[in-house]
Design a protein. Structure first.
Length: 270
């Protein structure tokens, strides 16, 4: 029993076999998938909803990724405000800051991030955070956590630090602001000791697992296209760190996911 709490299933890399990918996940014990609604920006940020409305075990998010922040305009914000009311939408994201690629200017990223936090607060949806610093720097973490503290924490809605790549101190700051910490396939990479060290500091009842498909395929699938069925390898690595089996990690993170998103209540409305 596993939940892939973050997958980009709408992309072209799944066009030839998307149904089979989803079927393999179900056969492998993945009971729920969250389809992330970023797409290529405002042109198709309803992509997660389209999948979620086709499969009862898939939920969706909406949001403008920091890469496409420069494309955010009032029409896009108005459209997201409308989409946020769809019953399968459980979070706003992924949103945040990416200072590694800088596809959008940093000031523009910050403005889009703050605006989307305002919209998410009005919609009463938690947020899913993307945070990637520039090389050998913690710059985006400093700005991201500062903005969350200023603009989001008072809402009490919390969120998810997705594909966590920070250190234990940054994880604790996120936990203190009501966030869940989500670990992806990169926790299995040989050079990812910082992520594994942080994972040891995160309480078991405050973590999620994800694939971030089609990116970051875990060992032993590294270099291949990632897919939701591989989320078990993330659970395996966390289990090795904590002295638990993959199934025990799967059961705990599934429970965490259901609790955080109140899905027992939501299931009656979708």
């Amino acid at each position: 029993m596993f939940v892939d709490s973050h997958a980009h299933l709408e992309g072209h890399r799944f066009d030839s076999d998307r149904e089979q990918v989803i079927a393999r996940a179900r056969e492998g014990g993945v009971e729920t998938i969250v389809a992330i609604g970023n797409g290529d920006g405002p042109v198709n940020f309803d992509c997660g909803i389209q999948l979620a409305e086709k499969y009862d075990f898939i939920y969706a998010t909406i949001g403008i990724h920091p890469h496409e922040a420069k494309l955010a305009d009032q029409a896009a914000f108005d459209r997201m405000e409308e989409l946020a009311r769809r019953p399968k939408v459980i979070a706003w994201g992924e949103i945040g800051l990416d200072y590694f690629y800088d596809h959008s200017p940093r000031a523009v990223q910050q403005d889009a991030f703050v605006k989307q936090m305002e919209l998410a607060r009005a919609a009463k949806l938690p947020i899913v955070i993307h945070c990637r610093p520039s090389d050998n720097s913690e710059d985006s973490w400093d700005d991201c956590l500062r903005l969350i503290g200023e603009q989001w924490s008072p809402s009490g809605l919390g969120g998810v630090l997705h594909c966590f790549t920070g250190n234990a101190t940054q994880a604790r700051r996120g936990l203190d602001m009501g966030f869940m910490i989500s670990f992806a396939g990169n926790i299995t990479f040989p050079k990812a000791q910082q992520i594994r060290d942080a994972a040891l500091e995160v309480p078991l009842d405050r973590m999620f697992i994800e694939t971030d498909s089609p990116f970051l395929a875990p060992v032993p699938f590294r270099g291949k296209r990632n897919e939701p069925a591989f989320v078990k390898e993330v659970a395996r690595q966390l289990g090795e760190l904590r002295g638990l089996s993959p199934d025990e990690i799967g059961a705990q993170t599934t429970q965490n996911f259901r609790r955080f998103f109140s899905l027992h209540e939501k299931r009656t409305t979708v």
